[in-house]
Design a protein around this ligand. Structure first.
Ligand code: TXA
Ligand code: MG
Length: 319
């Protein structure tokens, strides 16, 4: 389907899945209450969980926001288009109440994917879009993932190939006097601190009512456990000796001697590649019907911190 047809779908209140550089989004007209209700229904998402509004350019920020602090504009100028979401005071009358779960604040970002930007600029208004997966499940990083999760609910899936970043945007709360990071993501804490020239706090995830920060989010169906490179082979052997089918995910540089009946998933070569492939690998473990996925996480540099965060959440679910 063409962008023009997708724009027409948004205008008539339908849902359009589209690629961004982070993950695929499930988009709806942010000013249309019925469209947003349909969006929540399709995702199976509780109505009090706010959705990020996607804009075509930084110039549109003040259409939906008020009282944006100067330091937040500095971040927007530096990182947009890109994997940064700013939570700002919402301008009354700009986006409908359903988008923000009734909050006086709104999350906004300008995504860095040509298809997303084309869609947003032709549509000309904000597009509310959560990740295009069912609530609580692994975010989609290909059009195929979206079809597998939501194929029946979405009229249009724009295919932009695999997402380049692969984990969601970093969310910065810009409604207080100082910036606070609500969700680790594609932009590292260090990059944000460098631009602002000061230390930035990372919120304790338990305190924020945001689905991407719930402990048991981003979960595949198989059990996920974190392991060190030193112990992973022993643990894989022990688990498979009990009859469990086991897979391992680790960087390509991690040399492992694994038993023949343990599957080593395709290994990312770098931390960036780890982020880019993470959600596809979690889905692959499910497709292989393994009982246990043992993961050796990357180091915390760059996108590594967000990868570790997602893996911890995936591992938290009791199964
Ligand atoms: O990379 C991304 O951010 C992707 C792509 C599609 O843009 N979107 C995404 O959306 O991850 P979602 O809905 O899966 O996660 C959005 C997160 C949630 O944790 C939500 O609670 C938080 O953003 N959020 C949105 N608006 C907020 C607000 N006003 N206050 C606090 N948190 C907010
Ligand atoms: Mg999500």
């Amino acid at each position: 389907m063409s962008i023009d047809e997708a724009v027409a779908e948004l205008e008539r209140g339908a849902l359009v899945a589209f690629p961004t550089e982070t993950v695929y989004g499930l988009g709806a007209d942010a000013s249309n209450s019925e469209a947003i209700q349909a969006l929540y229904a399709a995702k199976g998402r509780p109505a009090d969980h706010p959705v990020i509004v996607h804009l075509a350019s930084i110039e549109a920020l003040d259409d939906v926001a008020m009282h944006v602090p100067d330091w937040a504009r500095v971040l927007a100028r530096k990182f947009w288009p890109g994997p940064l979401t700013l939570v700002v005071q919402r301008r009354p009358g700009s986006v409908c109440d359903e988008v923000t779960g009734g909050r006086p604040t709104v999350g906004v970002r300008v995504p860095a994917h040509p298809i997303a930007l084309d869609l947003l600029s032709k549509f000309g208004r904000g597009v509310a879009a959560p990740s295009a997966n069912r609530f609580g499940r692994v975010s989609p990083t290909t059009a195929e993932h979206v079809r597998a999760d939501l194929g029946d609910e979405v009229a249009v899936v724009l295919d932009g190939g695999p997402c380049a970043v692969g984990v969601e945007s970093t969310i910065v709360d810009a409604t207080g006097s100082a910036p606070q990071i609500l969700r680790l993501g594609g932009i590292s804490v260090g990059e944000i601190e460098t631009v602002l020239g000061r230390a930035v706090a990372v919120a304790n995830s338990g305190e924020i009512a945001a689905p991407g920060t719930l402990p048991s989010h981003y979960a595949p169906s198989c059990r996920v456990e974190l392991a060190t490179a030193q112990e992973v082979a022993t643990r894989a052997r022990a688990a498979s000796a009990t009859g469990a089918s086991v897979a391992v995910l680790a960087l390509a540089s991690t040399q492992l001697l694994l038993p023949d009946n343990v599957v080593r998933l395709p290994s990312p070569a770098t931390t960036d590649a780890y982020g880019q492939q993470l959600f596809a690998r979690l889905r692959e473990a499910d497709a292989l019907h393994v009982d246990l996925l043992l993961v050796v996480p990357p180091g915390p540099e760059g996108v590594g911190a967000a990868v570790i965060d997602r893996l911890r959440r995936a591992a938290t679910v009791s199964k």
